[in-house]
Ligand binder design. Structure first.
Ligand SMILES: C[S@@+](CC[C@H](N)C(=O)[O-])C[C@H]1O[C@@H](n2cnc3c(N)ncnc32)[C@H](O)[C@@H]1O
Ligand code: SF4
Length: 380
């Protein structure tokens, strides 16, 4: 069976750069029509690679794609429709910064049908510490504006902030849940190497919570969301039922195919059993990306063909992130490989995994250590 096809479009610009963020981002609020033109051309190149297959999802990620003008967004969606066609009920998601709330209605009218909003916190002091431009009331107003404009709304919160205790996070998360959105992404703060936060940690100016408190915060997150009917379907993602899950993210977690356009975007296409899985990475700097498209017709360098082992490792690491786990049958069909069954049986005996011939999934207690365990299930 041909897997679903998605389109990821990276918009790398942000009005300001947050001190914790290590995404491929550049400070600018300008409209950058020249970058939109390069992305449109890169999409034409990708159409040759994929052939005509309808898209199940389009995701505008960033950076801050809510800085796109509605006319730019409309043009990009229309080009995707011309090149590939859109599946009925396609998810067209857009990441947004609360500062852009005045633009939400226009972005929805341009064709986006799901907004994921970077709220992060409702606490003025916490938002300031995170280097955000909005305050708690700005976050609240942005959620209301998103709910008025979009049929599907999710928002992101970050926890395990410096000085945050269990009661602080209980208050924040309860307020988040009370908005009744169909989806929440709840991320534990990660200190990413090379960021301003990492430098502060190195010199002792920032002390994030220790592992025990972080694990308690994670457990509290699971408890409050479960009570509210926001089922955990991935380590950091919660949805009100299957139809509220992110179609686009599921595609990453289940070994789907996706086109990656825009500076720094990754793409994946095909499988070892289907003649090879193509892995692409677009040039990171916007100027280099544009120059690449002008000179070679495409935004990425030479594509890599993943070995069956590398493809299997990616599928295992991604598949174990979701609650329903990794489809071992699909893994075998795509790569001819399986998980390290010795390690899996050992974890299953410890109650950390559920294991059947066709599936393997982390138990809720194990999910907080998910990445470490997933690495051990990758065969040598
Ligand atoms: C690429 S951002 C897009 C949203 C938009 N740019 C914004 O910040 O409002 C996606 C999300 O990643 C999360 N994120 C980014 N860096 C993080 C970090 N170091 N630790 C935890 N979450 C992070 C934030 O919740 C953010 O909303
Ligand atoms: S967190 Fe969002 S707004 Fe801040 S730098 Fe990263 S992508 Fe840009």
């Amino acid at each position: 069976m041909t897997p679903s096809l998605g389109l990821y479009l990276h918009w790398p610009y942000c009005a300001r750069i947050c001190p914790y963020c290590d995404f491929n981002v550049y400070k600018s609020r300008a409209s950058h029509d020249d970058l939109v033109d390069a992305i449109l051309a890169d999409m034409g190149h990708w159409r040759e690679l994929t052939g005509k297959r309808p898209l199940a999802s389009i995701h505008f990620g960033g950076g801050t794609p809510s800085l796109l003008k509605p006319a730019q967004l409309e043009h990009l969606i229309a080009r995707a429709e011309d090149l590939w066609g859109l599946e009925a009920g396609i998810e067209i998601g857009l990441e947004a910064n609360p500062d852009d709330q005045a633009a939400f209605a226009g972005l929805a009218a341009a064709g986006a049908n799901r907004l994921s909003l970077g709220v992060q916190s409702f606490d003025d002091a916490a938002l300031k510490a995170l280097g955000r431009a909005h305050d708690g009331d700005g976050a609240r107003a942005a959620i209301k504006a998103a709910q008025a404009a979009f049929p599907r709304v999710s928002f992101d919160m970050i926890y395990a902030l410096e000085g945050q205790g269990l009661d602080d996070w209980r208050g924040e998360l309860s307020e988040a849940i009370d908005y009744g959105t169909e989806h929440l992404s709840l991320y534990q703060l990660t200190i990413e190497p090379g960021t301003a936060f990492a430098k502060r940690v190195e010199r002792g100016a920032l002390i994030p919570p220790g592992e025990d408190l972080a694990a308690d915060l994670y457990a509290l997150t699971q408890e409050l969301c479960a009570k509210a009917g926001l089922e955990a379907y991935e380590i950091s993602n919660h949805a009100r039922g299957v139809s509220a899950q992110s179609v686009h993210n599921r595609l990453y977690w289940t070994g789907g195919d996706w086109i990656g356009v825009g500076p720094g975007a990754h793409g994946r296409l095909g499988s070892a059993s289907g003649g090879g899985r193509l892995a692409t990475e677009a040039r990171a700097r916007p100027e280099a990306y544009r120059a690449g498209v002008t000179e070679t017709g495409r935004g990425h360098g030479a594509p890599e063909i993943l070995s069956a082992d590398a493809e299997a490792a990616e599928r295992i690491l991604m598949g174990l992130r979701i609650t329903d786990g990794l489809d071992r049958a699909a893994l075998r069909a795509a790569t001819g490989r399986d998980i390290d069954i010795g390690a899996a049986e050992r974890y299953a005996r410890q109650g950390l995994l559920t294991l059947t011939p066709d599936r393997v999934a982390l138990t809720p207690e194990a999910r907080v250590y998910g990445d470490r365990m997933a690495n051990e299930l990758v065969p040598d």
